[in-house]
Design a protein around this ligand. Structure first.
Ligand code: DSN
Length: 431
């Protein structure tokens, strides 16, 4: 931690402590947790000090319903400026014509996008949740499964090559021809391979569907040119801003189509939201500015190198990485080959006790429930932000292996915990 960042963070905590010591203690404990554990959850990151501080500024105090130049409240001049800046930077970053930076989250971005693209009751085609899709891509208890009619494609599982679960574009086309969806959805929460957006668009065109890409996980890689862009193929692109993109927690919708942009704007506000979170939009503007800098590209290249190094090292320890490896920032680790009785739930707990933060995750064709699972999901955006490179990834793989092979032995966990703390102190967070 730099002295300046440390003093900013300390001064914020001091301000809170003077007013509310109870909450200050909770924040301090969370800061300590983040500082002394290794964050391997693929959808998390450590936003920069300027992003996190901006989210706590006076920009939170304003109602700014509407859009720049067309607000329902007075006093919005500076909010117009910052929202326009965030829009312009998002457009430059993703090389598209229109951006709506108001969605409070990825799920709300998807809600507004669905409303812009379909009528209630319409059919859409997406990856089945258990193979790496997302709740808002048609889960039966989610708005997307309640108000629309989801049909799914699954990952192709080749029994001759069981390590190579992947999207089979021919079977996506087959499903599209069978169900004639209004919209096809690609972009996933737990898929480690590149997505062929061009092929998806060809399939959509062949059946007269529109194409939506939810790039929440890979947005940072796309912005840096380290994953193919969904533009110009997708009609509508949604993303969160806090995963590999490393901004504040929030959502974003983009398109190149002027008419669709009008529908998106109307469906974000007043369709699903009221007043935008202007402090978060301010932080988004800063994060997009950071992502436009050349160092963001080298950061994303290192994210991928780190993920591939971690996947290779775990493979050499006898773990199976689903689909045989990774092209992006994440991997799914099957535990079955190491120990058929071991669940993702137990592995997540043992690793957390050692300071390695992961999440249990179903693997393709997993017979266990989502609360138990047979795998864990790992990602490298946060560790790369911290400054870890290949040697640290190999150490993390060694620690994971030791803990799993010891079947959660307490002294092994305690020993790894100490080593994790030592490593974390060598790479302090810039918060
Ligand atoms: N919950 C997110 C993830 O962890 O992938 C997706 O929204």
């Amino acid at each position: 931690m730099t002295t300046t960042a440390q003093s900013i963070d300390q001064s914020i905590l001091d301000t809170i402590r003077a007013a509310d010591p109870q909450v200050a203690d909770i924040i301090a404990a969370e800061r300590d947790r983040q500082e002394h554990t290794i964050e391997l959850i693929a959808s998390e990151n450590h936003a920069s000090p300027s992003v996190t501080v901006a989210a706590g500024t006076c920009m939170t105090n304003k109602y700014a319903e509407g859009y720049p130049g067309r607000r329902y409240y007075g006093g919005c001049a500076h909010h117009d400026s910052v929202e326009q800046l965030a829009r312009d930077r998002a457009k430059e970053l993703f090389n598209c014509k229109f951006a709506n930076v108001q969605p409070h989250s990825g799920a709300q971005a998807n809600t507004a996008a669905f409303m812009a693209m379909m009528e209630p009751g319409d059919t859409f085609l997406s990856l089945v949740l258990k193979d790496g899709g997302h709740l808002s891509h048609g889960m039966h208890l989610n708005f997307s499964g309640i108000f629309y009619k989801p049909v799914h494609y699954a990952l192709h599982y080749d029994t001759d090559h069981p390590h190579h679960e992947h999207i089979d574009y021919d079977s996506v086309l087959e499903a599209a021809k069978e169900h004639k969806p209004k919209m096809i959805l690609c972009g996933y929460s737990a898929y480690p391979r590149q997505i062929d957006f061009k092929r998806f668009r060809e399939i959509a065109d062949e059946v007269g569907a529109t194409l939506m890409a939810d790039i929440s996980h890979i947005a940072g890689l796309v912005a840096a040119g380290e994953h193919p862009s969904p533009f110009p193929h997708a009609h509508i692109v949604t993303t969160t801003t806090h995963k590999s993109l490393r901004g504040p927690r929030g959502g974003l919708i983009m398109t190149n189509d002027e008419e669709l942009n009008k529908l998106i704007n109307r469906n974000v506000f007043p369709g699903v939201q009221g007043g935008p979170l202007m402090h978060i939009i301010t932080a988004k503007a800063i994060a997009f500015g950071e992502a436009l800098k050349p160092e963001f590209k080298s950061y994303q290249q290192q994210v991928i190198t780190n993920a591939q190094t971690l996947a290779d090292a775990l493979t050499s320890h006898g773990f199976r990485i689903t689909s045989g490896g990774t092209d992006n920032h994440l991997m799914l680790v099957s535990l079955v080959e190491k120990d058929p009785d071991l669940t993702g739930k137990d592995a997540e707990k043992w690793l957390e006790d050692a300071g390695l933060i992961t999440n249990k995750n179903g693997i393709p064709d997993d017979p266990r429930s989502p609360m138990i699972t047979s795998g864990i999901r790992l990602g490298t955006p946060a560790t790369t932000t911290r400054g870890f490179k290949q040697p640290e990834m190999k150490r993390i793989a060694d620690w994971i292996n030791q803990i799993i092979e010891s079947k959660g032995d307490e002294s092994t966990i305690a020993s790894v915990r100490q080593q994790v703390i030592t490593l974390c102190r060598q790479y302090p967070l810039a918060h």
